[in-house]
Structure formats: C-alpha cells, structure tokens
Design a protein around this ligand. Sequence first.
Ligand code: FE2
Ligand code: FE2
Length: 328
Amino acid sequence: MSDGERLEWLPVLSEVRELCLEALASGDSERALVAIQANPVVAFACISTAGRAGVRPESLRAALEGCGQAALSRAIAQQPTFSLGTIGRLQSISLAQRHHGRATARLGAVIAEALGLACERREALATACVLHDFGRALMMARSGADAYEHCTPERRVQLESEAHRYDHAQLGGLVLRRVGAGPGLCQAVADHHAEEPEGLAAIVSMADMCVHLEQGRPVRMEAIHRRAEDIGLGYSALALLLAGGFQGPSGAMPTPTISPLSGREQLALEAAAQGRSYAELGREHGLAATTVPAHARSAYAKVGAATREEAVVAASRLGLISTQTGER
Ligand SMILES: [Fe+2]
Ligand SMILES: [Fe+2]
C-alpha cells in the first residue's frame, strides 16, 4: 500500500465529517472552506481529490473551485470516521493533527496579516499550515508512536533523516506531489524544516515554531528570531505575535496589538459572544443580510474555529474580542 493510500486511513471524528458535508451541501463555499480547513485529514482528502482530477490545487479554495462541491462531498463521505467513545492510536493521531494544524493556521493568519500578504497567498498559506505535518501523521501511523515528541523540531528532522533517509516534511511534500497537489503547496510542506526555507515554507516554519513554543515544547529561540528576519517580520511585530499567543506571568492573556481580525470581523464575533444575532448587528450597521455572516466566517477561519461557539471561545482566549458591550 502506498503512503498516499495509507494516509487516507486516518479516521476523522464523525461530527467533523458531518459538519464538512453539511457545509458543502448548504452551497455556502466560505462556510465549507472553514469546516474543511479545520481538519487536516479532510483537507488532504479534498486536495487529493482535486489533484487527481488534474486541478493541481495550491489551496483548498482552488480545490473546491476546481472540482466542485459534489466531488469533494463524495471524497469526504468516504473518509473513515470514529466517535469519541472509540479512541485508539490512529484516532489520537488524527485529533492531534487537527489541533496542531489549526493552531499553525491560526498563527499563520496572524503573520500573514502582519506581513500584508495578498488574499490568494493567504489561502495557500492557510492550506499549507493545515497540511504541513501530514508526513508526521503518516510516520506516526506507521510506527505507532511519536518517538521524537520531546525533541526540538531541528533534532526531530535530524533523527528522522537518520532513521528513514527523509524527514516528515519531505514525506508530506512527496505524498502531496503524488496525489497531484500544486507545486507551491508541495514545496511549502516539504521545506518547512529546511535549513533555509523560502516563500510560504518559511512562514509555515515560523508559525509552526510559535505553536511549539505556545504548547511549551522545546524550540530554539534563535531559530525563531532568524526565521522572523527571513520573512521580514520586525522585532516588535515578533514580540507582539508571541505576546498575543502566550499566557502572561499574571495568568491573564494579554491583548495582542496585531489582531488578525478586521473591524467588522471583530464586531461579528463580539455580537456572537453577547448572544446577539448577525441579522441584528447587520441592521444596526446598515449592512446587507449576508455581509455579517460572511465577516463572521472569515473570523472563524482566522482563529482556527469551525463553529460560532468555538470562534467565540478562541477569540476571547486570544484577547481579540470583548464579551461586554461597548468594550474592546
Ligand atoms: Fe513539522
Ligand atoms: Fe508542526
């Protein structure tokens, strides 16, 4: 069995699969993209479906636009699922991938905002962030454990290369290439642990290291500083990025000065946090009925959430919104 086929074994939480199918069936492509992007296993199924159809997608949006809602729905419907009552080794890997992919995409979105990346590039970056460690999931599914859990990312790839002659990043890039993903996406994944990554790979690497740090895992600070310099993130932007994602000494979560949310996205999430409807908010600001929900969905994606409730929790935790009227 090939690596690409083995990856498709990875099951997804049944509720996650249903959420993606429901979003696709609604015909609301923004909502569907948010739901798909929240899970690397589903995202991989979509990219490989589009890749095999000859689309060569650089992002999930390109996959959806290239092969359509019906084809992606069929691929997702075939994805094996599990329920929370039946968690085993592969299920845990799938859940860990979901959390890590989403966390990396969230910080990737913050960096993209700070760097002022264009829309298309942000889409490609988000997809690369979600899928960047898919090769690692494959290695773990194969070996049954993560032997390098307590290593720095540099040490991990060194040990993987010694053991297999390739590291998880190269494996992920290879698997994506094999299923027909776009060359930029393959490269961003394959090079995220390269000595001198370029373009999107360097930003994925930066977001990944920040997530490791956020999770209390070993990371070399000089590697973070060097990568920030490579991608053009100034010292103060880096300090704010890190401050925005970490627990302060008082235990309070500081409010980041660089917010990934636009003013209207923030308003939408604050309305959700206050239990107000998007229709009500739209009327108050003289916006069309579809405008506020669109801003809300964009905000969900930026904080790595699939639902309104998850977005409120994530945005509050990051200090991006106030849950009280009239306060930031
Ligand atoms: Fe990695
Ligand atoms: Fe990672």
